[in-house]
Design a protein around this ligand. Sequence first.
Ligand SMILES: Cc1ncc(COP(=O)(O)O)c(C=O)c1O
Length: 387
Amino acid sequence: MTLDIARLRAETPGVDRVLHLNHAGSSLLSAATLAGIEAQFRREAELGSMEAGAAAAGAIDAARADIATLIGAAADEIAFTGGNSDGWGRAFAALRLRPGDRVLVGRSEWGGNLACLERAGLAVETVPADEYGQISLEALAGLLDERVRLLALTWAPANGGLIQPAAAVGRLVRAVGVPYFIDAAQIVGQMPVDVAKLGCDVLVAPARKHLRGPRGVGFAYVRRDFAERLDPAFVDTRSAPIGPGGALLQPGARRLESAECAPALRIGFGLAVRHALDLGVDHIRAAIAARAESLRARLAALPGVALCDLGVERSGLVAFTLDGWSGPRAQAALASQKINIGFNGRAYTPLDMDARGLAEVLRASVSYLTTEDELDRFTAALAALGA
Ligand SMILES: Cc1ncc(COP(=O)(O)O)c(C=O)c1O
């Protein structure tokens, strides 16, 4: 079965209004996901939000179960979070590393994660990249030992199409028993994910990117046996309810979750995940890969454009520079034509940007919703800017 793109576009209100090539920033909600979110807010207004929240418990349980299915986990290994950094930061803080502890990162690591490591005073070492820009497995094998307290890998970076060999990394890391965190912000919803094959202890993603869920919500997977090692930096009535014997830290991923939340967003997240499962992530991956390669071929033929993607296997994020155009200026010029793209400065991926001497890159990121007609229009608009 291939995806019925015309039908999927007809079910997406945004595609008629914008040429959206910023799915790596945030994708477009389907009409059904939007309706589910709106309905919950309406119930909150009409019934009282605590009461409407209680009534939504079944839908939220179903959302958690579907997220678990999507990544090959169990429901008690999934915590809802407020987004990618919220999940990563909660899990990281709960590791309680000490200043000077040794941490290894890939060169494509997300800047927010690196900022957490820096602020904690850790000894952070970047694993060198191989000739394709991927984390070097050989170098990693040489650096891994029992003194390493964490290996953090951003599976697909924010500044290009690179996809890191996360499962091969997992095999090396597992062999020495070092905690392994994967930032899968750019992957979940775009590619099949199986946490058992990855061998990771923690994996985080937001709802809003390739899953097409709302902003302000995400999830953290915590491997069941690993949860015991997490001592959250703060707790509340959900993660550590007070019983007769005092505050009882909850088992599983729940110890990272907050009591207060937006049920409408969790419902919307669940609808988006169910949609991805129904479509089949393999089909989604094939459609995105085909569209991204088509875009790369078009851009490669444009004068003044330089592609900046690394890696062997590539995501739907196409990074490039355009002679004479800064990121914000190009973004604004295209926005005036109702074309959405992103750009990535140094702060998002400082290690890789510095290693490659890049100050910023433009990002055009596709979805299975993207059509060849849209790519024609986008390429023509870019050519006109370059002219
Ligand atoms: C790889 C990666 N990690 C983390 C983030 C941050 O996600 P959030 O804004 O949900 O915290 C992003 C956002 O683009 C990202 O691309």
